[in-house]
Each structure stands twice: as structure tokens, then as C-alpha cells.
Write a protein that binds this ligand. Sequence first.
Ligand code: ATP
Length: 135
Amino acid sequence: MKTIKVSIVTPDGPVYESDVEMVSTKATSGDLGISPGHMPLVAPLEITSVRLKKDGKTEFVAVSGGFLEVRPDQVTILAQSAELASEIDVERAIKAKERAEQRMRDHHAEHTDFRRAELALQRAINRLAVSERRM
Ligand code: ATP
């Protein structure tokens, strides 16, 4: 099976590096599936999961936006934050979700803090979903 090298990097350092058969994730323009031989591409990502298929198994990483770049032999994801499913602290994400929901209840929709809380809520929901590998 042909493979392509994938690196997921954050400001805190590398989170994932491996040769995989397929990378699936969600760009702002829609779902992306990258396998070896994919055309070069740069795309902004949603707060979403990255699914990495290798040897019949799929690994999941939660990413909080960023960019994906496809070059001939390499996919690079630069994300503000990224966690492997197994490394997600579920309790922390539940607390972050509750905090964000409370902030959204306390603020009017046009307030900038509302948007901040909305993004925090999306990150928390994404982490919870990835931790359960249900994306
Ligand atoms: P919190 O309010 O819990 O900090 P957040 O969404 O504001 O959540 P970020 O600013 O996105 O957190 O991330 C800060 C750092 O903490 C990053 O390194 C990120 O990978 C890590 N992180 C955040 N939430 C979790 C979690 N639930 N499990 C593991 N790591 C997490």
C-alpha cells in the first residue's frame, strides 16, 4: 500500500508524525481526503478531527483550526492546538464546554465575547467527539 508522510505541528511542537495511507479532515471549503499522489494544496481547516488511516486502523487527532498543506510526498498540518484522541482530558473538555455555554448565556449575540465563547465551545465539543472517536 502506498503511503504519504503526515506531520501535525502546533506552536508547542510536533504532535504526530507518521506515514499513512489516507488523511481525512474538514477544510473551511468542505471535506478533504488526501491519499498518496494528491495534487498540491493549501487549505484552512475547521475546528475538527483529522483521521489517519494506516495498516487497517484509524487514528484520530483533534485540531483547533489551522492550515493543511499537501506537497508531493508530504502533508503538513499547522494547528493552533492538536491532541491525539488518547491524550484528550475529557474532564477538562467537559468543564470548558460548561464554561463556554455559561458565557454564551451571559452575553448578547453581538458581543465579541460571545464569539470567543462559541469557539471555545466548538473546541470542547470537538475534543469530546474525538476522544470518543465518533467523527
Ligand atoms: P481550556 O479552557 O480547557 O484551556 P481551550 O480550548 O481554551 O480549553 P486551547 O487554548 O485550545 O484550550 O489549548 C491550550 C492547550 O491545552 C493546548 O496545548 C491544547 O492542546 C491543550 N488542551 C486544551 N484542552 C485540552 C483537553 N481537553 N485535553 C488535552 N489537552 C487540552
